[in-house]
Design a protein. Structure first.
Length: 126
């Protein structure tokens, strides 16, 4: 892994950005758009993933960065759980659910791998 100089270069952040766009698109349709509670909670969770990766990177300490990545991963878990609710109440089709689930799962795995890399690396840079 090369030296990362900006959080925008982090693959997990790029995936989280794509995920956030998808969440906003899906939650802006039909009855979903009128369920302010679930809609807003899912949007907050998606934005939290994106934001915690960026905030952790900018903290510039490895320990804090890993902590923020843990928060991002927790928000990914929250978003996966909420996707089930959206599916169960009929806001998402099975296809939309699968698209959302796969993307949030990919992001979560990327965060996990990055955390492992940071925990095992002795380098001064990310």
């Amino acid at each position: 892994m090369g030296t990362i100089t900006r959080f925008e270069e982090i693959e997990a952040w790029q995936t989280a950005r794509e995920l956030t766009r998808l969440v906003y698109t899906l939650t802006n349709q039909g009855a979903f758009a009128r369920d302010f509670g679930l809609r807003d909670q899912m949007r907050r969770a998606a934005v939290s993933i994106l934001s915690n990766i960026a905030e952790g990177f900018e903290s510039r300490t490895r320990r804090l960065f890993i902590e923020y990545l843990g928060r991002a991963k927790a928000s990914a878990g929250e978003l996966r759980a909420q996707a089930y609710v959206a599916l169960d109440v009929g806001y998402l089709t099975q296809e939309q659910f699968a698209q959302l689930f796969d993307l949030v799962d990919k992001c979560s795995r990327q965060i996990s791998r990055f955390m492992t890399y940071l925990e095992r690396s002795n380098a001064d840079t990310f």
